[in-house]
Design a protein around this ligand. Structure first.
Ligand code: HEM
Ligand code: HEM
Length: 409
């Protein structure tokens, strides 16, 4: 029997996972700022990949471990707190391996990171099996399926590391990196954020329903099919997948509309962060549609897609959707500590105005635009302020803070 989503309590395992997530996110933001300002010139590919994976694995996935503990009622035992620490150390080691540029180290630490991810998947699976798969509510079903896609996407990532480390030649027409990136960004991350959105934005906290199930399975099937479509360059499959995303996003907008419309945009706390993630998800699906149309028009040639469009699409997911969901969650977890009350507003507006401007510049003016230099720092300062404020508040969060009800977070 899983704990009731209305009365869930957070504990040390959850707060620790968020603290690690924010500590590693500092590196992501600093590299992002260096990349935008070019104070160290043009960054190496190794440094860019460190930016990417400190963001996706360090920031987002460490927080996802905390969110999984939270929604499945774990994190209180010494074992789970130790597992959080082992996960953080393995993640940090893998990120450093990317920075080193050493291909065998990337392959070895990538395999360890995959083992950590499979361990988390297994723990979630045991909770799901004990509760009964057919009885899961939408948030917990989404988190379970999100981790399932994460295992698939990360396996492709490790396969790529081994290919690179051994100098194996990939047959033409097969895009392992593309398949990996799409499974993670369009599968794992979308399911994860929609699952948490269901919990925080709906009055029934995402109770099991036909529309919720349709939305979840469209995103799950869509994420996996998109990965296969890009891996093997099957353009018609991507067009069908696009339709899945549009329908799933429309269902989610309808399901979360009351929570979004009732959001107190001027009030501190987590509520508005969850609410604004919904329009960012819509923007994300719109950009995905545009991206797939370009890919299809070029008969599956990825080089025909403007880089600015890809990087813009990426940051709507990473920052517009995920950073809002994670900051909203951390604000909810640390709700008992309201130090630096002014910071809540600065974080919310800088992060969101910043990411919107950054994405707008990338999509409209392109990857090489000079304006990136001015827009990235707005988002970066919002993120750094969020890291400082939330790390401080989380460190003083009592061992058992009740999770506030939706919309009062
Ligand atoms: C979870 C967080 C983040 C992730 C996963 C992420 C990921 C990425 C990815 C995949 C790229 C494309 C790399 C390439 O050129 O191949 C990129 C580029 C970039 N990112 Fe991030 N990013 C994140 C947050 C940020 C933040 C907070 C900033 C702000 C300081 C930022 C600033 C940049 C800049 C300036 C570029 C290069 C854009 C250009 O030169 O046009 N990123 N990032
Ligand atoms: C064990 C986990 C992971 C492994 C082994 C892994 C491995 C890799 C590898 C080998 C590459 C290509 C590097 C290169 O071009 O030399 C890559 C790129 C990429 N990965 Fe991962 N990754 C992992 C997790 C993730 C996650 C969780 C995400 C997103 C949520 C992600 C998103 C990406 C993206 C967007 C790129 C393309 C970056 C670019 O070309 O700018 N990865 N990853």
């Amino acid at each position: 029997m899983l704990p009731d989503l209305a009365t869930l309590r957070v504990n040390t395992g959850v707060t620790r996972a968020f603290q690690w997530s924010f500590a590693i996110f500092t590196l992501t933001v600093l590299i992002g700022l260096a990349n935008a300002s070019k104070i160290f010139g043009v960054l190496s590919r190794d440094t860019i990949l460190t930016h990417v994976h400190s963001g996706t694995l360090g920031f987002i996935t460490m927080a996802a471990f905390g969110l999984a503990l939270w929604v499945f009622g774990g994190g209180a035992s010494a074992t789970s707190q130790r597992n959080v620490m082992i996960s953080a150390l393995a993640t940090a080691a893998y990120i450093l391996a990317f920075w080193s540029g050493n291909l065998p180290a990337r392959a070895a630490f990538g395999a360890i990171e995959l083992a950590v991810i499979v361990g988390w998947w297994w723990w979630i699976y045991t909770q799901v099996r004990a509760a009964g798969f057919s009885r899961l509510d939408i948030p917990r079903l989404s988190v379970f399926l999100a981790f399932t896609v994460l295992v698939v996407g990360s396996s492709l990532g490790v396969a790529m590391q081994v290919i690179l480390a051994t100098g194996t030649v990939v047959p033409t027409g097969i895009d392992v990196i593309g398949g990996h990136a799409v499974a993670q960004v369009s599968g794992y991350l979308v399911l994860m954020s929609v699952g948490i959105g269901e919990w925080r934005l709906r009055a029934d906290r995402g109770a099991r329903s036909r529309s919720g199930l349709t939305q979840t399975y469209l995103l799950f099937g869509g994420g996996l099919s998109a990965a296969v479509g890009v891996l093997l360059g099957i353009v018609p499959l991507l067009l069908v997948v696009n339709l899945f995303y549009v329908i799933a996003a429309a269902i989610f907008v309808v399901r979360s509309r009351t929570g979004v419309m009732r959001a107190a945009w001027g009030a501190a706390g987590g509520g508005r962060h969850f609410a604004i993630a919904v329009p960012f998800l819509v923007l994300n699906v719109a950009l995905l549609t545009y991206l797939i149309s370009k890919f299809a028009a070029a008969q599956g040639d990825p080089s025909a897609i403007p880089l600015g469009l890809i990087v813009g699409y990426d940051h709507t997911t990473f920052v517009g959707v995920l950073a809002n969901v994670i900051f909203g969650s951390a604000l909810t977890v640390s709700a008992a500590d309201r130090r630096w009350p002014w910071a809540d507003h600065a974080i919310f507006w800088l992060l969101n105005v910043g990411v919107l401007a950054f994405v707008g510049v990338l999509v409209i003016a392109g990857y090489e635009s000079d304006l990136v230099r001015f827009t990235a720092p707005i988002m970066g300062i919002g993120a750094l302020l969020g890291i400082a404020t939330l790390s401080m508040r989380l460190s003083s969060t009592a061992a058992a803070t009740p999770a506030a009800a939706p919309m009062r977070a």
